[in-house]
Structures are given as structure tokens and as C-alpha cells.
Design a protein around this ligand. Structure first.
Ligand code: HEC
Length: 267
């Protein structure tokens, strides 16, 4: 909580206190004014009798309590309607000055109370999380999940990328790559990578570089403008690594019907 928050809270509490004291003061003033106009303490016996009668009458009126419905709707009994008529009239139609219904006032003050509680909860006390805090917490959670995901042995392989890949001649890897190549790459590169639409992948000439990292990059991100697919969307990093090693293992295999060299000769 910053010092600005503390100042705001102190001012809020102070203003509530001032409000309370003001209401109290006004009540005292009203009492004194009433008493000076119509003193009850020093009244004569006749006056006292009159007051008693008036009090009894008021009580009797109170006893004829309106129903809960009438009170909730803020309605006045029809008998009292006369007192509600407002001074103006339009075309003989007069307006009643009915009080605002209780249900409305409850809602109205309810929203104010909720707003104050809401603000305290989110702004001052910090129990609730704001949008920004929620976002930060979610990103943090996602980062933790990612670390856990990558740390598990099953997923560690997928951490291979164009920066850390090293060429492998592991037979299991090459045969996995061969299988993938047959199902995905032959339409454009040919069954033996001799080249059809796509270039011959068995010669020493490369359009995008022939190092393991460069080949991995070409397969992963593709060359969309030239018709080579970006395979990262449909293959895992591990599968792309297998394909890369398989393609490199084909160097110098001289398949039949090889396409003419494209690109630069690489050592
Ligand atoms: C839709 C046709 C198509 C498919 C399918 C395809 N490629 Fe290609 N590939 C191309 C084209 C076209 C190029 C040449 C891009 C250029 O001219 O820059 C290319 C280029 C390449 C290159 C770079 C060659 C160089 O000279 O630098 C590699 C490596 C490659 N493809 C591997 C693959 C692998 C592995 C697969 C299967 C997963 C595959 N391609 C599937 C069309 C395809």
C-alpha cells in the first residue's frame, strides 16, 4: 500500500466522521429550536393534557400500520392523497408528490455501499486481484507450467531447435526421418529426394544453406513464398530434427533422374 493510498483512506474516514458530527449537530439545533417554540418541560397542566391527547392520537394513527407491500412500494393510503397533490395542474390533471419507493432506495444505497466495498477490496486492501495482477499471475503460471513441461523427460526432446541441433547418424533417427520423408515430402522432392517441384536434396547445391542448422531452419519455417511448407505447424521439433538428419544422410546418394543443381555449392 503506497502512502497515497493511506492518505485517501485517512481522508475517507475523516469525511465520514465529519458527516456524523454534522448530523448530530443539526439534530441538537433542531431540538433547541423546537423547544424554544413549544416548551414541553415548563408546560401548564392544560398544555400537558393537550400534548398527551395529541400523542395518543399519533399513536393510534401509527397503529393502523400500512401493509408491507404499500411500504415497499412507498405508497400512501388513498385517504392521504390530498396532502400529496402538487400545486401545478395541467388540463385538470394534477400530480402527486409520492415518495420514492423503498425498494428503489434500498437498491440505490446498496449500489453505493457495494461500490465502496469494491473499491476498498480492489484498490486499498488488495484482497481482490485487478485485471493487471490477474494477467501477471497467469503469465507466471504459464511460465512455470512451461518449465515443468520441458523438464519432463518425455518432452525434453522437443526442446531441440535451430540453435542447438547437432547432426546425428543414429539409425533409429534416420529411419524415423525416412518414414516421415516418404509420407510428407515425396510429392515435391521425389521418393529419393531427387527433386520435382522442390529442389534435389541429395546434391551439394543449396538454396538456403546445407548445414544442419540451416536445413533444420528451412524445414521448420519453410519458404512460403516459393512453395516450401513451414512444417513447424504440423510436425514436432523432434520430427523436424529426424527429417533434417535424414535429408543430410542422403548427400551424394546420386538418385536416378536427379534434378539439375539449384543454389550455391556448399563445401
Ligand atoms: C508443396 C511442395 C513441397 C513439399 C511437400 C516439401 N517441400 Fe521442401 N521445398 C519445396 C520447394 C519449392 C523448395 C524450394 C524453395 C525455394 O526455391 O526457395 C523446397 C526447399 C526445401 C529445402 C531447401 C533446399 C535448398 O536447396 O536449400 C529443404 C531442405 C526441403 N525443402 C526439405 C523438405 C522436407 C524435409 C519436406 C517434407 C517434410 C519438404 N521439403 C516438403 C517444396 C516442397
Amino acid at each position: 500500500m503506497s502512502s497515497a493510498d493511506i492518505v485517501v483512506i485517512v481522508m475517507l474516514v475523516a469525511s465520514i466522521l465529519v458527516l456524523g458530527v454534522t448530523i448530530l449537530l443539526l439534530k441538537v439545533i433542531r431540538f433547541y429550536v423546537k423547544e424554544s417554540i413549544d416548551p414541553t418541560v415548563f408546560a401548564t397542566p392544560e398544555q400537558k393534557a393537550l400534548l398527551l391527547k395529541a400523542e395518543l392520537e399519533a399513536e393510534a394513527l401509527k397503529k393502523a400500520k400500512p401493509s408491507i407491500w404499500t411500504r415497499l412500494m412507498g405508497l400512501k393510503p388513498i385517504a392521504e392523497e390530498e396532502s400529496l397533490i402538487m400545486e401545478h395542474k395541467f388540463d385538470g390533471i394534477s400530480e402527486l408528490n409520492n415518495p420514492t419507493p423503498a425498494w428503489f432506495m434500498v437498491l440505490f444505497y446498496g449500489t453505493i455501499i457495494v461500490a465502496v466495498l469494491y473499491m476498498c477490496n480492489y484498490e486499498f486492501l488488495g484482497f481482490g486481484k485487478t485485471q493487471e495482477e490477474e494477467y501477471i499471475a497467469e503469465v507466471e503460471q504459464a511460465n512455470n507450467d512451461k518449465l515443468v513441461f520441458l523438464a519432463s523427460p518425455a518432452n525434453a526432446k522437443s526442446a531441440v531447435n535451430e540453435n542447438n541441433i547437432v547432426q546425428s547418424k543414429d539409425p533409429a533417427m534416420l529411419s524415423a526421418g525416412a518414414g516421415l520423408f516418404q509420407s510428407r515430402c515425396t510429392p515435391c522432392h521425389g521418393a529419393h529426394a531427387e527433386g520435382i517441384v522442390g529442389p534435389n536434396l541429395t546434391d551439394e547445391y543449396w538454396l538456403h544453406g546445407g548445414s544442419v542448422k540451416e536445413v533444420f531452419t528451412t524445414i521448420k519455417y519453410g519458404v512460403p513464398a516459393k512453395g516450401m511448407i513451414a512444417w513447424e505447424k504440423s510436425l514436432s521439433a523432434q520430427q523436424i530434427a529426424e527429417l533434417t538428419n535424414y535429408v543430410l544422410s542422403l548427400q551424394g546418394s546420386k538418385p536416378a533422374g536427379a534434378k539439375a543443381p539449384q543454389g550455391d555449392k556448399q563445401p
